[in-house]
Design a protein around this ligand. Structure first.
Ligand code: NAI
Length: 468
């Protein structure tokens, strides 16, 4: 095929998994093509993590203004012009898109705008929006086509019914918000809009919100959400909705009263998006749930073809996509990398209060057969938390019990409270270094700091404490 340009690596999908793979491979000296049909940065940058956190920061400013009086500063939250928050968010996103685009040039990655589909012999056909087609071939191919929001029957997107894609384009704060699904996305939006003055109701199908989270942490979130006036209805089975006429709608819930809303945010998970990848004539296989099937090194069934990120059945987190990108590139370079340890990756939910953890929670550790020692310390007693006026939350550490009953290896570090997404790194390191309580207790934390609570919780597991 004379028209087919050859590359060491062709990456399909320009989200965190895809661009990380492209740039990492380029920095290892490979000739790389990156195929993206829309905007580089993918869901995380354009329709996910970054814009959602930008709105959470607007919500934090509203909270600070509301509590400014406690610090002796007279002020009141007069009005919110959310269109300014929308523009600010978009400037941040556009700036980061520009940065990534610049990196494709400086790293000499060939950027191909169009939908990539994989055929036999690692040949990728790139179809641009004007219908023009070009073909490239990689010695290796990485599939990183990501995911899209799941929807539920009876809640087709349009008008007040939104997924995260539409919510992130809003230029007003809806007066009444119903969030269907109390997972990470649902809790982040519930927190944002409650802090901005919306009346928020979360409808969660299971018996509790954040179902995957350690119960002690989830309880703190539930209490804090209650203080914000967020109503949480669990065991809620939604049964469609009836538009009211003024742009709002009435959401029907089995066995419960209807809830009226100006915005209904459907956040019931994301599904993989292999839809445009072709794959005919290849050994790439999809599971029943349409995840691309891979081994521990992200290799698909087709020799030389890898899949990473939300396209495979691993935690749907941008930083897991980064890790899988590095893993796949090292593997194709023949560097014998270590597989990602998915049960120890860092998790972070940016609602207020924030949640962050690495390693198993108490129940999971016990279910895995570990005899454990657990310590929990509240932020209420931490000086920096009091200075900030942010005392809701705790640090919980799960350690292996030694034969003599003392606490040994740190298995899990779980945090809820102020800025814990920024504090997790010490805990993450301890879990992944397989460090013991005695080893970590030797490390010094700055005083006063929020991270002291991690240090004190570890210290208490040695059987001795400064306080408490
Ligand atoms: P999720 O899987 O975290 O939560 C979905 C929630 O919806 C669950 O609690 C589930 O029980 C509930 N649910 C499902 N169907 C329902 C129904 N018909 N009615 C009521 N409730 C229902 O999914 P989410 O929040 O949409 O996030 C998608 C992915 O993105 C997740 O894997 C998440 O980890 C990731 N993400 C991570 C973030 C972070 O780390 N900060 C932020 C946002 C998303």
């Amino acid at each position: 095929m004379p028209d087919t340009q050859q590359f060491d690596l062709v990456v399909i999908g320009g989200g965190p998994g895809g661009y990380a793979a492209a740039f990492y491979a380029a920095s290892a000296g490979l000739q790389v093509a990156l195929v993206e049909k829309d905007t580089i940065g993918g869901t995380c940058l354009n329709r996910g993590c970054i814009p959602a956190k930008a709105f959470l920061e607007t919500a934090a400013v509203a909270r600070h203004v509301q509590h400014a009086k406690d610090f002796g500063i007279e002020s009141s939250l007069a009005a919110i012009d959310f269109s300014i928050a929308q523009n600010r968010k978009q400037r941040i996103v556009d700036g980061l898109v520009k940065g990534l685009t610049g990196l494709t040039r400086s790293k000499k990655v060939t950027y191909l705008l169009g939908a990539g589909s994989l055929g036999p012999n690692r040949t990728v056909t790139v179809t641009a929006s004007d219908g023009s087609i070009q073909t490239v071939q990689g010695r290796h191919v990485i599939l990183a086509a990501g995911s899209v929001p799941r929807t539920i029957p009876g809640f087709e997107v349009g008008g007040p019914i939104m997924t995260s894609d539409e919510v992130l384009m809003l230029d007003r704060v809806p007066a009444r918000v119903v969030v269907i699904g109390g997972g990470a996305i649902g809790c982040e939006f519930a927190s944002t809009f409650a802090d901005l003055g919306s009346q928020v109701t979360i409808l969660e199908g299971l018996p509790k919100i954040l179902p995957g989270l350690d119960a002690d942490l989830a309880n703190v979130v539930v209490k804090s959400f209650g203080k914000k006036g967020i109503k949480i209805l669990t065991g809620a089975k939604v049964n469609g909705h009836t538009p009211v006429g003024d742009g709002s709608t009435r959401v029907h819930i089995e066995g419960m009263d209807d809830v009226e809303a100006d915005a209904v945010i459907v956040s019931v998970g994301r599904r993989p998006y292999p839809d445009l990848l072709g794959l005919d004539g290849t050994q790439v296989r999809l599971s029943d749930r349409r995840f691309v099937e891979v081994d521990a090194y992200c290799r698909t069934g087709e020799p030389g073809v890898y899949a990473i990120g939300d396209l495979i059945n691993t935690p749907q987190l941008a930083h897991v996509g980064y890790a899988e990108a590095v893993l796949a590139v090292k593997d194709l370079l023949g560097e014998s990398p270590t597989p990602v340890q998915y049960d120890r990756v860092p998790w972070a939910i940016y609602c207020h209060p924030e949640v962050a953890w690495a390693g198993p929670d108490e129940e999971q550790a016990k279910a895995a057969g570990f005899d454990v020692v657990v310590a929990k310390h509240p932020f209420r007693a931490n000086s920096r938390a009091q200075i900030l006026g942010e005392i809701d939350g705790l640090v919980k550490i799960i350690a292996k019990k030694n034969p003599d009953g003392s606490a040994g290896q740190i298995l899990g570090v779980h945090m809820v409270g102020p800025w814990v997404t920024e504090q997790l790194s010490g805990g993450y390191l301890a879990v992944n270094w397989e460090a013991t309580v005695d080893e970590v207790a030797e490390f010094i934390q700055p005083h006063p700091s929020l991270s002291e609570l991690f240090g004190e919780t570890v210290l208490s597991l040695t059987g001795r404490t400064f306080n408490g």
